[in-house]
Design a binder for this molecule. Sequence first.
Ligand code: NDP
Length: 330
Amino acid sequence: WKKTIKVAVSGAAGQISNHLLFMLASGGVFGLDQPISLQLLGSERSREALEGVAMELEDSLYPLLREVKIGIDPHKVFKDADWALLIGAKPRGPGMERADLLDINGQIFQEQGKALNEVASEDVRVLVVGNPCNTNALIAMENAPRIPRKNFHALTRLDENRAKCQLALKAERFYTSVTNTCVWGNHSTTQVPDFVNAKIGGEPAEQVINDDKWFKEDFTPKVATRGGALIKKWGRSSAASTAVSVADAIKSLTTPTPEGDCFSTAVCTDGNPYGIAEGIIFSMPCRSKGDGSYEVIDDFIIDDWLRAKIKESEEELLKERACVGHLIPN
Ligand code: NDP
């Protein structure tokens, strides 16, 4: 047997976790030969619900699930974590300004960043899902100087999956034929689904679909506003597909990326090859050898359309960073 990995999850009593935890425990994410221990973070609000989640996990008799710990203190729950999946965040309420949300959630991620810094494994991989996820990840990273900056991610894999779905539907091809599809930037409506570098059946997507108006006026806004459209239909935000995309994001880091393909993940822009401002968490095309680390692919074509869109998302993230300056140590 491999050594048990310790996976800490916040917002563990929430909707996304309700799907994700069972995927993790079953071996569907880290592999069928990988024992796992789950360390679940909740709050006073969710204490009873969290006990219920732990009961359900235990009653499922997963052979790989070695331990389920629950708690409300991140300094205890994040102890020795190899992975930290930070899902819990206050949802945006009616009439709430983005700056208010940034501040309230920023405080949560400041505390959790400090806790990771003190008690997590020094090579912990951190994936932030709770919104606004890019800036929350930035705050956690800046409050955890002991942990390499490269180890912090914000989830944009759901956006990539949505983009691939739309390309496959339009081209009338199966999803698996769509590759090299990056979503750049912020996990917000300024995100940039990249149809310039995407491939369908190994051919450039723009040659296969050959409809510039569709790419710019239908595809791009449809992917960027998919989350809001789903809330209108369901009355709640995407949970199952988000959990699947978290699993995909982890698998992309723990298995080698096929030749000529990429995955999207929002990571620190320090030293990036595209001239994007440094010191923000920005989704870019990446590749991994499967050892948990990644490199940013440096040869994506950036045409005028992509350049202008990427700039808008970069400006939004710089504004977000300015709003949370008080949560970032000098
Ligand atoms: P839920 O509302 O089901 O759960 C969120 C959890 O957040 C709650 O269980 C709660 O747990 C916790 N939480 C932390 N602080 C607060 C607070 N101040 N007020 C209320 N709850 C709080 O949400 P989901 O699981 O559906 O979504 C979780 C996050 O993921 C959201 O921020 C959502 O916007 C984001 N998201 C991100 C996506 C992405 O692609 N990046 C896609 C979809 C969703 P506790 O009380 O235990 O702390």
